[in-house]
Design a protein around this ligand. Structure first.
Ligand SMILES: [Zn+2]
Length: 306
């Protein structure tokens, strides 16, 4: 089961000897403290999220090992230029004084990442330094997801996520992570801070961030993009046809105004208008309509006989 979660922002942190040693396990040639920029991110935690799911502490700990060495990508503004950062160390941070919605102590998985202090990365580093709020999103797979009330595999019991049973919140516990395939770093959309953002934003570029680099997701994304384009083409054609039929059947219509109206309509309304105007046009121009349908008769000279 594939899981995607979003969490907090980045904080800057200086690299010491131990950091450099950890970083250099991944570097082709040994890097010095001057060559790398390091920062920390909150990758995921044990809080019940808005989908009423959470990782248990063991899962977070296992994810910590899986994320070491994984490259993260930045949102479209940056990833277009190929910027990546690599996690070189993780740690489970406990904050027992904070309670989760499940009633136990809060803990989160902190990851330390580095990127090269290159010309290409200069603006990105400046942005992290400036503390611009970014959201970290992780993608991983888990082997098990369990109902918090009865412990059965999620979806196999009668309990519903988000409901309260005898004073206990029902949520899904994500356990036994098998892979951590990516993490990414995206700007927090404004509506998020207002608390109304959906998990996937409306904007395709943002959604594409969530798709990530994993090949099967990419392939599926591209197919969906093509289908969406076909859909848009179909709708544009339908709008043109409705406008054409409307203008044919009612000469008093203002073409520009009607075009504007058609732009705002969706398929069901357009199909209904098409049906009505087609019938009207058929009464007004019986011959021409047959022509449209490829059945032109011999009365071509009488097209505009109203
Ligand atoms: Zn249950």
């Amino acid at each position: 089961m594939d899981i995607r979660k979003e969490l907090g922002a980045a904080e800057q942190c200086a690299a010491d000897e131990a950091d450099l040693e950890a970083i250099n396990r991944f570097a082709k040639t040994a890097l010095t403290a001057e060559q790398v920029y390091t920062f920390a991110v909150r990758l995921c935690d044990n809080e019940v999220d808005r989908d009423f799911e959470r990782f248990d502490e063991q899962a977070l700990s296992a994810l910590g090992d899986l994320f070491v060495g994984k490259s993260g990508i930045f949102d479209h503004q940056w990833s277009a230029q190929g910027q990546t950062a690599r996690i070189y160390r993780t740690e489970l941070v406990h904050q027992p004084e904070t309670k989760t919605a499940a009633g136990d102590g809060y803990c989160y998985l902190k990851g330390w990442a580095y990127l090269l202090k290159s010309e290409k990365n200069a603006d990105l580093i400046a942005e992290i330094e400036a503390g611009i709020k970014k959201e970290v999103s992780v993608g991983c797979s888990v082997a098990r997801s369990l109902c918090s009330i009865c412990g059965e595999e999620s979806g196999t019991c009668a309990h519903a996520k988000g409901e309260i049973y005898n004073g206990r919140l029902c949520y899904t516990e994500l356990r036994e992570p098998t892979d951590a395939y990516e993490w990414s770093f995206v700007a927090v959309p404004a509506q998020r801070q207002a608390g109304v953002m959906k998990r996937f934003g409306q904007d395709a570029a943002q959604l594409e961030q969530y798709v990530g680099q994993r090949k099967e997701f990419r392939d599926a994304w591209e197919i969906l993009q093509k289908q969406a384009q076909l859909g848009r083409n179909y709708l544009a054609g339908l709008r043109r046809e409705v406008v054409r039929l409307a203008l044919l059947s009612d000469e008093r219509l203002d073409g520009e105004v009607f075009r504007g109206i058609a732009e705002k309509l969706e398929e069901p309304e357009l199909l209904e208008l098409k049906r009505v105007y087609e019938a009207k046009t058929a009464r007004l121009f019986p011959v021409q309509l047959r022509e449209i349908h490829g059945e032109a008769g011999e009365e071509n000279g009488e097209l505009f006989r109203v």
